[in-house]
Design a protein around this ligand. Structure first.
Ligand code: ZN
Ligand code: ZN
Length: 259
C-alpha cells in the first residue's frame, strides 16, 4: 500500500490544499487506486502532485471516497471529472460516500457545468454506504463508522494489499471509530486543534491517544487549523516526535507513506 498526501490542509488554508489522499495497491485483478476526499482545492493539487506518478495523474483514480458533504471534502469533484473528461478518459469512475452520495454528486456537478453529466465519456458509478456495513472500494474491502463532526461524516477502514488504512475524515473519534481503527497499519486523523475539546473536531492530543490505543504502526495528523500549523507547528511536531509511536508525522503535501 502506498499513500500519497495530495493535500493536508483544513477548509480555508490559502497555502495548503484541502486534505486528500491518493491510495494505491494491488487489487483483486490489478493495481488500483482511490482518492480519499476531493475538496475545493484538492483536485488541482492532485494534478500537480509530485508524489503521484504522471501516468496516474493523467488517468485519474479508479474511485473517489467522499467522507462527508462539506465543500473542502467534495467541491473538487467537478474539476476532477471535467479534467478527466477533457483528457479523454473512458474508464468508469466510482464515487462512494455516505447516504445521499448520488444526489450530492449530481447537484455539485450540474451546478458547476450544467451539461457535463450527459456528455461525460466515462460512466460514474455512485454508491452510498452505511456505517457498519462492509463494502468494496475499487476492489479493496472497506468499512465505515460515523465520527463526531458537525455534519454526518464517515471514517473509513480500507484493506489494501494485506495492510489496513484508517482515514477519519473530519471529527473527533467516536467509540465506533476506535473499533474501526483497531490494529490498522496507517492511521490518518484530523487535528483541527492541539488539545482536546474542539467542538466537532479532533486534536493532536486525541489523535496520539487514539493511534496508541488502536496499536497503529504509523500516525499522520492532517487538517490542522491554519493559524496553529503556522504558529505552533514546532510544538505539534515535538508532541508527535515524543509520543512513543514508531512513526508519527505532520506531513507536507506530496509526502508518501509506504506500508
Ligand atoms: Zn474539513
Ligand atoms: Zn467537515
Amino acid at each position: 500500500m502506498r499513500v500519497t498526501f495530495v493535500g493536508v490542509g483544513e477548509a480555508f488554508d490559502e497555502t495548503l490544499p484541502n486534505t486528500s489522499l491518493f491510495v494505491e495497491g494491488r487489487g483483486p485483478a490489478r493495481r488500483t487506486s482511490v482518492l480519499l476526499d476531493c475538496g475545493f482545492t484538492a483536485a488541482a493539487a492532485f494534478f500537480a502532485c509530485p508524489g503521484v506518478a504522471a501516468s496516474d495523474r493523467e488517468a485519474g483514480p479508479d474511485a473517489v471516497w467522499i467522507s462527508h458533504f462539506h465543500g473542502d471534502h467534495y467541491f473538487g469533484l467537478p474539476y476532477l471529472l471535467a479534467r478527466l473528461h477533457e483528457s479523454g478518459r473512458t474508464r468508469p469512475l466510482a464515487v462512494c460516500g455516505g447516504p445521499g452520495t448520488e444526489a450530492k454528486y449530481g447537484a455539485v456537478l450540474d451546478m458547476a457545468y450544467p451539461n457535463l453529466r450527459a456528455k461525460l465519456r466515462f460512466a460514474v458509478e455512485t454508491t452510498s454506504v452505511s456505517p457498519g456495513e462492509g463494502f468494496s472500494l475499487a476492489g479493496f474491502p472497506a468499512l465505515a463508522a460515523l465520527t463526531g463532526h458537525g455534519a454526518p461524516c464517515l471514517a473509513l477502514r480500507l484493506c489494501v494489499s494485506e495492510k489496513a488504512l484508517y482515514y477519519g475524515g473530519d471529527g473527533a473519534p467516536t467509540v465506533d471509530c476506535r473499533e474501526l481503527a483497531r490494529g490498522c497499519d496507517v492511521l490518518i486523523q484530523e487535528a483541527y486543534g492541539i488539545r482536546a475539546g474542539v467542538p466537532g473536531h479532533g486534536s493532536v492530543e486525541e489523535a496520539i491517544a487514539f493511534a496508541r490505543e488502536a496499536g497503529a504502526a504509523a500516525l499522520a495528523v492532517v487538517h490542522v487549523r491554519r493559524e496553529l500549523r503556522r504558529e505552533r507547528g514546532e510544538e505539534i511536531r515535538r508532541m508527535l516526535r515524543d509520543c512513543g509511536l514508531a512513526a508519527a508525522a505532520l506531513p507536507e503535501p506530496g509526502a508518501v507513506i509506504a506500508a
